[in-house]
Ligand binder design. Structure first.
Ligand code: BES
Ligand code: ZN
Length: 855
């Protein structure tokens, strides 16, 4: 395995050359594309003789240095490089090479999504387009000409501003070209090109300083009417970044293109974002509320990168969290400002715990700034993103809102146009606030979720809190000393009143905080707003009291979750149902609060959160206990749930405002709670909701409930859905996901059959994710005790690895919990994983993940 090479942060060295400008010409044809690349170089390190460019599978047509054609003895082509020998101090290079976009199934570099030419270059895709110094600290000014058949590809796009249109009347009048110039120096990973016969919608935005920007969203012809929500979100994001960060847009164009074949969600290429169509296209009939919210946040995320990522970029890929953690924090705040602060925070913490905490406790755990990688593609992780965002949030809390704004201003002012490190960011935060953050840096370098043990004592009116940090078992080595973080807490009197509300700064392995002059023993509300991404270990917490009285919406939710977890764990140990929990649950049912928040308070803990607490994971035990509690609640509160459903169900409402979405969230939560008890009545409600509702949100929930019930109507409903939506791939993803996530017998057989559906296409990542990816997260059947789930997914990994390694290693992630599984499942998983890793010519992506899991 010669291509498996580990890259280390400690080996970073500065580039030996800079590139002043790049001129690219793309001649696009059906069977191949010719790339002409002219670059102006300057040597930065005069002791270096040779110029070594990144180049993957280079098919070189010719090569010039300062207009002189180079003979074979002046350069060396290897599998991943082009080395030009003995170059002068300042020179130009012209390269002509050939690539085959229509054969590119990896979806990296230049490829075709259906009939559209498009690119994905982050992190290292550009080197498969043309030889280059493909590293983020080499920034250059790009001019790009795209030439293609006029009729098949009327729309030709690249980064920056459109400067020229070309017609070739004398040579080939069937072709045309467009030249784009991007004045902002940028790394190659932000380069983009699109060519296609696209529909579009246009709008405009005037920046705070009065500059007009033309906004365009491109999509497949016929989908234009589904782009308006994305356009609205873009304008909201532009305004928010001006108001909250003082950042304006800096080009004449902001173009977004939606494509169906895309490995990720979306990409922030300068002035030309390319999006997975799932994060652009939506209308009331085909998209759910979750889709609308997702589009708003992803559009904003990519827009925000223009300052946090593009204008200021990463020195090297180990700094990825510099742009991603920060930008996720920005998009979380944006969504909270536009929708609901309390719901957004809870949803973000839920996502963090489901994905990042699991990762941090697994063999693939890594710090938000990793120390090494084999395939950088594997490091676009929940840790770099979500934990990275939590780290920025903690800085925000530690230095305060005003200082944070001063600090981001200083950051933009100091580093605009540069490729920097996370240290540079922390420097700005510290410099502007006057708060020393040296001790805080542990968060960047250490993996694992920190623990905090809480000891409480009340004596003579003094309440003492002794907080002891746990040693986290990070897989990557040494403990680096105490963590430094803000811990929001309050002490509540028996009537719920806050007697103390503080943000403690935690900095020692163990410390005691005392609160004096208290009349009675208070109740502790700790880690309010989830101010630090840690696990709290606290005994004797009064969950029922906090569910009733805690004024912090996060800790109140947390109390409800913890109480439910405790109750389910008692059931797992064969104990009876805790009536106190049932009563507390009933209390929440009666609360008059925001509907979407109430929907969250009524959600039972996820299987993932229960699994994380098991020393040896056994899903059967978890399911049995959780279902028992759910069924009990459904029966006990049947009347109340039914009347809540009737109260909040508005089948004809199509509104997308927070009130309407909140009502849908609550009544669907209630319907799901009722569904634990598989009655005629419930089945009838789901059927009527499926038939009468106008929103995709309602239809999908109804279908899901029918699928998992004994209703005979389900076949008809699924057939109806299929017939209605078989032409809309995005909706078909939902159809496939529902079936792959089913808890009914025989799921694996049905999943296997789904792959034969005419809509299914193994080359389209969204479809693979909704069939195979969803099945691999169907705990009940993926972990079947006969090993059938593991064998199926392992075979798929091997198959898909040959087409698209990034997708394959994504699927392999389902095996991350291997080491924590019970003996039976563990053995079966091991067999499946060993089968994958012994495959001939497995990609480095899949190798890296599976090798770590097996070690
Ligand atoms: N820069 C990334 C896109 C990307 C991801 C490039 C992976 C290369 C590899 C983009 O800004 C991003 O973070 N996209 C996310 C969505 C976002 C809202 C968190 C994605 O694609 O999942
Ligand atoms: Zn991003």
């Amino acid at each position: 395995m010669s291509k498996i090479k580990e890259i280390f942060l400690k080996d970073y060295t500065k580039p030996s050359f800079s590139i002043q400008s790049v001129d690219l010409v793309f001649d696009l044809f059906e069977e191949y594309t010719t790339v002409t690349n002219i670059m102006q170089f300057t040597k930065l390190d005069e002791t270096v003789n040779d110029l070594k460019l990144h180049a993957v599978n280079l098919e070189l047509q010719n090569l010039h240095l300062n207009d002189l054609k180079l003979q074979e003895n002046r350069f060396v082509v290897e599998e991943e490089s082009l080395c030009i020998l003995n170059v002068p101090n300042s020179f130009s290079i012209k390269i002509v090479n050939k690539i085959y976009p229509h054969k590119n199934t990896e979806l990296e570099g230049l490829y075709k999504s259906g009939d559209i030419f498009c690119t994905q270059n982050e992190p290292e895709g550009f080197r498969s387009i043309t030889p280059y110094l493909d590293r983020p600290d080499v920034m250059s000014v790009f001019t790009t000409t795209v030439i293609a058949d006029k009729e098949k590809y009327p729309v030709l796009l690249s980064n920056g501003n459109k400067t020229q249109c070309h017609e070739f009347f004398s040579t080939d009048s069937s072709r045309h070209g467009v030249t784009w110039h991007d004045p902002h120096p940028k790394p190659s990973y932000l380069f983009a090109l699109v060519a296609g016969d696209l529909g579009s919608i246009s709008d405009s935005y005037t920046t705070a300083s009065g500059k007009p920007v033309e906004l365009n969203i491109y999509c497949d012809l016929g989908n234009e009417s589904k782009c308006y929500h994305a356009m609205k979100s873009l304008k909201e994001a532009m305004l928010w970044d001006e108001e909250k960060y003082g950042r304006e847009y800096d080009l004449e164009f902001y173009n977004i293109v939606a494509v169906d074949s895309f490995n990720m969600g979306a990409m922030e290429n300068k002035g030309l974002n390319i999006f997975n169509s799932a994060y652009v296209l939506a209308d009331e009939d085909s998209a759910s509320d979750v889709n609308f919210m997702g589009i708003q946040s992803v559009i904003a995320h990519e827009y925000f990168h223009n300052w946090t990522g593009n204008r200021i970029t990463c020195r090297d890929w180990f700094q990825l969290t510099l742009k991603e953690g920060l930008t996720v924090f920005r998009d979380q705040c944006f969504s909270a400002d536009l929708n609901s602060q309390e719901v957004q925070r809870i949803e973000d913490v839920k996502a963090l715990r489901e994905r990042q905490f699991v990762e941090d406790a697994s063999p693939t755990a890594h710090p938000i700034q990793p120390k090494s990688y084999i395939s950088m593609n594997n490091f676009y992780t929940a840790t770099v993103y979500e934990k990275g965002a939590e780290v920025i949030r903690m800085i925000h809390t530690l230095i305060g809102k005003e200082n944070y704004r001063k600090a981001t201003d200083l950051y933009f002012e100091s580093f605009d146009g540069q490729a920097v490190t996370t240290d540079d960011f922390v420097w700005a935060m510290s410099e502007a606030s006057g708060i020393n953050l040296d001790a805080f840096k542990v968060w960047y370098h250490q993996s694992g979720t920190p623990k905090l043990k809480v000891k409480k004592e009340f004596k003579d009116g003094v309440y003492s809190l002794t907080l002891t940090q746990g040693i986290s078992q990070s897989v990557d080595g040494k403990e680096q000393g105490a963590y430094f973080y803000p811990l929001k807490m309050a002490l509540l009197a028996k009537n719920g009143e806050e007697v103390v509300a503080k943000t403690l700064t935690i900095s020692q392995m163990s410390e005691t905080f005392s609160f004096e002059n208290l009349e009675e023993e208070p109740v502790l509300s700790i880690n309010r707003d989830f101010s630090a991404p840690i696990n709290i270990e606290e005994e004797g917490s009064d969950f029922a009291f906090l569910m009733k009285h805690d004024s912090n919406s996060f800790t109140r939710y947390e109390a409800a979750q913890s109480f439910a977890v405790e109750t389910i764990e008692q059931l797992m140990q064969g104990e009876e149902i805790n009536e106190a929990f049932v009563t507390a649950f009933g209390y929440i049912l009666d609360l008059d609060i925001d509907a979407s928040y109430k929907a969250l308070l009524l959600e039972l803990p996820s299987v993932s959160s229960l699994m994380q607490r098991q020393r040896e994971i056994d899903f059967d035990v978890i399911y049995e206990a959780k279902e028992k509690l759910a069924e009990y609640l459904a029966k006990y509160y049947e009347q109340k749930l039914l009347s809540l459903y009737a109260e909040y169900h508005e089948p004809k409402s199509l509104e997308l405002d927070n009130t309407a979405m909140g009502k849908r969230a609550l009544k669907n939560r209630v319907l799901r709670l009722l569904s634990a008890n598989d009655t005629q009545k419930l089945q009838e409600l789901a059927k009527v909701q499926y038939e009468n509702s106008l929103t995709m949100t309602d239809r999908v929930v109804a279908l899901d409930i029918l699928e998992n019930s004994s209703s005979e109507y389900k076949e008809e409903a699924f057939r109806d859905f299929y017939e209605k939506y078989k032409e809309q791939t995005l909706v078909m993803n939902k159809y496939f996901s529902l079936l792959s996530a089913s808890h009914r017998e025989g799921v694996l057989q049905r999943v296997i059959a789904l792959q034969g559906d005419t809509v299914y296409d193994e080359k389209v990542p969204n479809l693979v994710r909704s069939v195979i990816g969803v099945f691999a997260r169907n705990y009940k059947y993926f972990h079947a005790k006969d090993g059938s789930g593991y064998t199926f997914v392992a075979d798929k990994i091997i198959e898909i690895d040959k087409i698209n390694p990034q997708m394959a290693s994504g699927l392999a992630g389902a095996f991350k919990i291997y080491s924590k599984m019970n003996e039976v499942n563990k053995k079966l998983m091991q067999v499946a994983l060993e089968c994958v890793i012994s495959t001939q010519s497995l990609s480095k992506n899949s190798f890296e993940i599976i090798n770590k899991i097996l070690k």
